[in-house]
Design a protein around this ligand. Structure first.
Ligand code: SF4
Length: 392
């Protein structure tokens, strides 16, 4: 039975390691072959795949549609999941769940699940934010993940399993089911292109999540944007812009030196035309850095050119950074400039800020308790600090 336990202990320790291949890494043909070998009818593979997406199913033994002997046999041969929740923090009056997921080996990534009540014409949402990499090579100075550097990319199965684990966590808290997925956690999704693409295909085909309910965020990997526009997957593209001039963007998003704004804006425009999807521009608003009216004017020009929606996210403070959100009056003036120019803007609440949900912060809070060995692995995790809420 999958369940939350004390901090540091995998919620589903039996499925976090070992030599058994994970279910989500088995291709359809191999799964059908395995089930045939076990004397099962051909329709059993589809039944099994569908069952794995039920949020109350955390292991083979919980798939009651399967015969008992088959459940035991599958558990001997396969791991149910490539990832396991090692800690869970709850924020926003129980509507945001911040999960730390252990992957194969010693690495962990962050996954966030958020429930939003129905608002106006839009219904209730339960959004899962997945990580595609352990750390990130882009190195944005306002981001906790960027400080880690890149350790490795996730596998497609590890991304898919983050969605399934988040769905199970939402279910445990009487929230969900998952309606939306955003690739906005740790890492640069288009730098882990094959992982992102393969996991998108599984989420759409097996998970039944419409591409229109999936957002892939990028800090500006231009070749990746161009390639994604040809894949026949009309997901929403969110460009993490953060600056409207190359000079400032070179500092805030170092990838800009390789892919400057002109080429990025052109690729994003081509993506919107090819997929018919409206773009989002993300702007982490940092006090005294990118909150001036000159930057607001540049943002207006880019948003108008692309017909894009703008999401402004006041910066979450991270330990060791002098930067933070702007003064309230400065933030209001920035917003007034955008809306006054007719740009549609949403100020994203920093959901999970209470649970250190800004990119990389939960892991950053835990990692000082672990040491990085010369070979890139971590020493065993010690308990989470006092006061952190761990629930199951
Ligand atoms: S903000 Fe995104 S792209 Fe930049 S370092 Fe953090 S994870 Fe990487």
């Amino acid at each position: 039975m999958t369940r939350a336990t004390a901090a540091g202990a995998p919620v589903d320790p039996g499925h976090a390691g070992g030599a058994r291949p994970a279910l989500s890494t088995i291709g359809e043909r191999d799964l059908a072959g395995l089930l045939r070998e076990l004397g099962q009818p051909s329709w059993r593979a589809r039944q099994l795949r569908e069952a794995t997406w039920h949020p109350y199913v955390g292991g083979f033994e919980e798939i009651r549609q399967l015969p008992g002997g088959l459940r035991v046999e599958l558990d001997h041969r396969l791991r149910f999941s490539k990832a396991a929740v090692t800690s869970e923090r709850v924020a926003d009056a129980g509507q945001t769940l911040k999960l730390l997921c252990a992957l194969d080996g010693p690495q962990t990534v962050e996954t966030v699940a958020m429930e939003s009540p129905a608002r106006g014409a839009s219904g209730r949402r339960a959004t899962v934010c997945v990580s595609t990499q352990v750390g990130c090579a882009v190195g944005c100075p306002f981001c906790a993940t960027g400080r880690m550097g890149l350790r490795r990319s996730c596998t497609p199965a590890e991304v898919v399993d983050q969605v399934r684990l988040a769905g199970q966590a939402l279910f445990r808290h009487a929230l969900g089911p998952v309606t939306h997925v955003v690739y906005m956690g740790m890492g640069e999704p288009l730098a882990a292109y094959e992982t992102t693409l393969a996991s998108l295909r599984v989420l759409v085909a097996a998970g039944g999540i419409s591409p229109r309910r999936i957002t892939v965020s990028t800090s500006g990997v231009v070749p990746g944007i161009r390639r994604l526009s040809t894949e026949g997957l009309p997901v929403t593209l969110a460009v993490s812009l953060h600056a409207a001039s190359d000079e400032l963007r070179n500092r805030l998003v170092p990838l800009n030196r390789a892919h400057p704004l002109d080429g990025l804006v052109a690729a994003a425009g081509a993506y919107a035309r090819a997929t018919g999807r409206r773009l989002s521009l993300e702007w982490c608003l940092i006090g005294g850095v990118n909150d001036g009216l000159d930057q607001a004017a540049g943002l207006v020009a880019i948003a108008r050119r692309l017909g894009a929606h703008v999401n402004v996210i006041p910066m979450n403070r991270i330990v060791g950074s002098p930067w933070g959100p702007p003064a309230a009056a400065v933030g209001r003036a920035f917003m007034r400039h955008l809306t006054g120019a007719g740009v549609t803007v949403t100020v994203r609440d920093t959901r999970g800020g209470e649970a250190e949900a800004a990119c990389g912060q939960l892991r950053a809070a835990l990692e000082p308790r672990r040491q990085l060995r010369p070979d890139g692995t971590l020493t065993p995790q010690r308990p989470v600090r006092r006061g952190a809420s761990i629930r199951g």
